[in-house]
Design a protein around this ligand. Structure first.
Ligand SMILES: Cc1cc2nc3c(=O)[nH]c(=O)nc-3n(C[C@H](O)[C@H](O)[C@H](O)COP(=O)(O)OP(=O)(O)OC[C@H]3O[C@@H](n4cnc5c(N)ncnc54)[C@H](O)[C@@H]3O)c2cc1C
Ligand code: FES
Length: 338
């Protein structure tokens, strides 16, 4: 994989990206990198993994960041927005123009976009708003209307408020301290915005508890919801299984999906939110999992329900109180800028 491959090819690249700028934007840093092949392949919702610390570092793992924006300048630039949360992001914040970073991307599955011009509500928490603006552009190309609902702990952590106001059909903000918009969290306003915007589809990116609640409310309103999850990642390319979470397939079987390659975007109602951070005993390949053929028929069950997803009643079995507790996924942690 090199930057000199034809740009029409899909799939991720590993490139040496040159830092163009690192800017402070309220509580965050925005870093723009010249990375032509990655910019050309990008679709909204995808991310890059940046090597941090330089050649002699002990920080072996790349750090993942959603792509906020790509531009054609300098042959193709990629912008990420990040909060300083540990050693790696502190090192990134100290980079200067012309520094060179090892970048892989674009990684992961992008947000699917509707075929028809529908009403889309984009919900972001903290730096989770960053990937929503490229998505908004793509949705507008499809003649969809775009409403924003963005929130964070405080006004300086609501990323992209001005852009949301300028480009959205409507923009609603919530902050826990009340310094911008309505005091509270995004889900406090979700029902009202759905009504006012006559929402058809929800897209969300932010902390896992927010995504879980957005999904629950979307189900109440019978709306499809696409969520971009943020699970701790080590390799970012599908090899290490650090980033897995339980997801119910359209066949009703729970699988431990890798959020780096099967996600980070999932249909919200397919994620088993109660079991995130564990490996449910009835997940494919787990100790309690049985091939369908060996399961006793359920009374009144259809035995197969081909294609039935959770929206139609689904048949995924949440861990029952009598099951042994699900083993935790040891690699998991929560650390979101919201
Ligand atoms: C798909 C995806 C998109 C992301 N997008 C953004 C973004 O747009 N802006 C932003 O600020 N942050 C984003 N993050 C979180 C970002 O990857 C972490 O903040 C970063 O890895 C922390 O590195 P650190 O060295 O500063 O912190 P440390 O705590 O020192 O990190 C130590 C290790 O833990 C891992 N790690 C720590 N926190 C997280 C986390 N929350 N998620 C995943 N791995 C973590 C790191 O990979 C690293 O290996 C994203 C994470 C994922 C998985
Ligand atoms: S981070 Fe390694 S498989 Fe996803």
């Amino acid at each position: 994989m090199t930057a000199s491959e034809p740009e029409s090819e899909s799939g991720p690249l590993q490139v040496r990206g040159t830092v163009l700028t690192v800017r402070r934007i309220d509580a965050y840093y925005a870093m723009t990198l010249v990375a032509p092949g990655i910019a050309a392949r990008f679709k909204p919702g995808q991310f890059v993994a940046l090597a941090v610390g330089g050649p002699d570092t002990s920080m072996l793992l790349r750090r993942a960041f959603s792509i906020h924006d790509v531009r054609p300048d300098h042959g193709g630039t990629v912008e990420v927005v990040f909060a300083v949360s540990g050693r790696g992001t502190r090192w990134l914040a100290e980079r200067r123009a012309r520094d060179v970073l090892d970048v892989t991307g674009p990684l992961g599955r992008p947000f699917p976009v509707p075929r028809d011009p529908v009403s889309c509500l984009l919900v972001g928490g903290g730096y989770g708003s960053a990937p929503l603006f490229a998505l908004a552009g793509r949705l507008r190309e499809r003649r969809c209307s775009v409403d924003f609902l963005l929130g964070a702990a405080s006004g300086d952590r609501v990323f992209g408020a001005l852009t949301a106001r300028r480009t959205g059909r409507s923009a609603t903000f919530t902050t826990v301290d009340g310094s911008l918009g309505v005091r509270g969290i995004v889900t406090d306003m979700l029902g009202q915005v759905i009504h006012e915007a006559r929402t058809d589809v929800i897209y969300a990116c932010g902390p896992m508890p927010m995504l879980r609640q957005v999904t629950a409310l979307a189900r109440r309103y019978d709306l499809p919801v696409q969520v971009a999850v943020e699970e701790t990642m080590a390799c970012g390319i599908g090899v290490c299984m650090t980033c897995v979470l339980p997801v119910v397939g359209s066949d009703g079987i729970t699988r431990m999906a890798r959020s780096c390659v099967d996600g980070p975007v999932f249909r919200g109602e397919q994620v088993r939110w109660d079991d995130v951070g564990t490996i449910p005993f009835d997940a494919f390949g787990a100790p309690g999992w049985e091939p369908r053929a060996r399961r006793p028929p359920r009374p009144g069950g259809d035995g197969g329900q081909a294609g039935a997803g959770p929206k139609s009643g689904g048949q995924h079995r949440p861990s029952s109180p009598s099951s042994p507790p699900n083993p935790p996924n040891p690699a998991r942690r929560q650390n979101h800028g919201a």
